[in-house]
Design a binder for this molecule. Structure first.
Ligand SMILES: C[S@@+](CC[C@H](N)C(=O)[O-])C[C@H]1O[C@@H](n2cnc3c(N)ncnc32)[C@H](O)[C@@H]1O
Length: 236
């Protein structure tokens, strides 16, 4: 099998394009080690990664991509579904301050007091508590951001059905040339956490099959490993 054939066979399982086909196994093994190995306090390191002292449940290479996207798109609003401890919310808010524009709307089904306290000093963060697919919650979000330049990040319930619902709802907010980012497409064996079940990657596949406005921005695989393979969707 040629390197190119191998790349095509593994198309949906690896965060790379054909030019790095020869490194696929190494990349997948590194991605698995990064995600699973209990290298820090007996836990994977992504559970001990911080922005301004607040836990960020991400790979820093993805945060760097976020920074590049925010600099280029200069969104008026960033909608983040799934806030957890708020580290990414704070990071996004700080990036907005650095580029001189942008507010973050964080939606989470349950916002802990500690998360509110961590984010209290950020005047450009607005938190909305409730399910990201609840009509009352989506109405609140749409009233704030509709018709603005909006970046959307989906990082809440990772089951396929939920992510697909979010994709159908929040894709409407993304302007031409903007991004709709689906987090954790790496789970369910792409290449990590194979026992998860149908998740974000499968939601992306179905979403792309039923609409033609968005495409996978493979340039966002440039750091070789990512928690979001095929998850950086760009609107035509
Ligand atoms: C993976 S964590 C978010 C991580 C965070 N974005 C970060 O980068 O640090 C997932 C979050 O989604 C929230 N969540 C789960 N189901 C949800 C739903 N239906 N709507 C909104 N948030 C939900 C959970 O409460 C949890 O805080």
């Amino acid at each position: 099998m040629t390197d190119s054939m191998a790349a095509n066979n593994l198309h949906n399982q690896i965060p790379v394009n054909d030019t790095v086909a020869g490194y696929i196994e190494i990349i997948n093994e590194f991605s698995k080690a990064y995600y699973h190995a209990p290298v820090f306090n007996n836990q994977p390191v992504w559970t001990s990664t911080y922005w301004q002292g607040i836990p960020v449940l991400k790979c820093p290479l993805d945060l760097w991509l976020y920074q590049e996207i925010i600099f280029n798109q200069k969104p008026d609003f960033i909608v983040e579904c799934g806030v957890a401890f708020g580290g990414t919310t704070a990071y996004l808010a700080d990036m907005c301050k650095l580029v001189g524009t942008g507010e973050v709307i964080g939606v989470d089904i349950e916002i802990q007091p500690q998360t509110r306290a961590s984010l209290a000093k950020y005047q450009n963060v607005h938190l909305i508590e409730g399910s990201s697919v609840d009509i009352q919650i989506t109405q609140q979000v749409f009233e704030i951001v509709e018709n603005n330049n909006t970046l959307v990040i989906l990082d809440s319930d990772h089951t396929k059905d939920h992510v697909l619902q979010e994709l159908m709802i929040y894709s409407k907010l993304v302007p031409s040339g903007g991004y709709l980012i689906v987090e954790d497409t790496n789970i369910n064996g792409h290449p990590v956490y194979p026992e998860y079940g149908l998740g974000p990657m499968e939601a992306v596949e179905e979403f792309l099959a039923i609409q033609s406005e968005f495409y996978i921005d493979k340039d966002c695989h440039k750091f070789l490993t990512t928690f979001n393979p095929n998850g950086y969707l760009k609107k035509m």
